[in-house]
Design a protein around this ligand. Structure first.
Ligand code: ADP
Ligand code: MG
Length: 285
């Protein structure tokens, strides 16, 4: 039978919008050593705004319209910011056909003008596209655009840190947990965000599979890991952790893969979940 302390703790948690999927998860959450965070939508609000647009040739509007052709079918926060800006400017764009999503990298689409790629610097470079070096971009989230081998330019976006993030991470630090940032965004963007937070390690340029592999490696070193993500690309990492935690606002796929669901997008609920789980452990023993 389920111990009374587990029923009481999970019931109290549920009333606070903290859903443990079973007593084992509650138990493990009380014994964690490491919390791994996704960046976009988890540590940040997930509402990026455009800060700069640098067309390689042509106009700002042309570059935005080109990107919007591929992005208009995507639910990624970067896609939504780009498409919203294209609509705000009343740009004329036709949704591209055959859009392929490369999680953590970007999109590839077939258009009448050629093969369109929209995504990270690493993604375009791997496709053989030359990107002129620039230091102006350092630390911003970058979405690069190319048509066939022809580089079209870059759009810069910024996503604000959640207002509660610094205080929550400080509390987790005080509770003795190691904390890691795992993001597909560039190492520079990851470092810039991390400068304000008590993180033990910061990792940028990771694919969804890299994030999962990092967690598997941490577990091999006897860490007990909770991964918190908002989904989209985080399903493998959520599955690799002992406790996969989704904050709502996350996608359905993240919810299916998650052991712990926070029904409000508030990192304070994560701290509460941990404290509740620790208390329940003391009562069960
Ligand atoms: P995070 O790990 O912060 O959640 P993602 O893994 O979703 O970030 O994306 C990593 C990088 O890949 C982004 O910074 C961006 O350069 C690129 N990218 C991913 N998806 C898209 C998209 N739909 N459109 C444009 N760029 C994308
Ligand atoms: Mg993400």
């Amino acid at each position: 039978a389920t111990p009374m302390a587990v029923l009481v703790a999970t019931g109290a948690a549920a009333r606070r919008g903290i859903l443990f999927r079973g007593g084992d998860i509650l138990e493990m959450t009380g014994r964690l050593t490491l919390v791994a965070f996704d960046k976009t939508g988890t540590l940040t609000l997930g509402r990026p705004r455009l800060t700069d647009v640098y067309p390689a040739h042509g106009s700002v509007d042309e570059l935005l319209a080109l990107a919007a052709q591929a992005e208009c079918g995507s639910s990624h926060p970067l896609a939504q910011a780009l498409v919203a800006e294209a609509r705000r400017r009343r740009l004329d764009f036709t949704p591209a056909q055959n859009v392929r999503t490369l999680p953590g990298r970007g999109l590839e689409a077939t258009t009448p003008q050629g093969s369109l790629r929209v995504g990270s610097e690493a993604f375009l470079r791997q496709a053989g596209i030359d990107i002129p070096p620039s230091t102006a971009l350092e630390g911003a989230t970058q979405v690069h655009v190319a048509l066939d081998a022809d580089y079209q330019g870059v759009i810069l976006l910024e996503d604000a840190l959640r207002p509660e993030a610094a205080a929550c991470l400080q509390q987790l630090h005080t509770l003795g947990l190691s904390q890691a940032l795992l993001t597909g965004d560039s190492p520079q963007a990851a470092q810039r965000l991390a400068a304000k937070l008590p993180l033990s390690s910061v990792h940028g340029g990771l694919s969804p599979a890299d994030k999962a592999a990092w967690i598997t490696a941490a577990r091999a070193e006897r860490e007990r890991v909770l991964m918190v993500g908002d989904g989209i690309n985080d399903a493998p990492a959520l599955a690799a952790a002992q406790v996969g935690c989704a904050m709502v606002g996350g996608t359905d796929i993240a919810l299916e893969n998650s052991d712990l669901v926070l029904t409000r997008p508030d990192l304070g609920r994560l701290v509460e979940a941990l404290l509740l789980a620790r208390r329940a452990r003391i009562l069960i023993r």
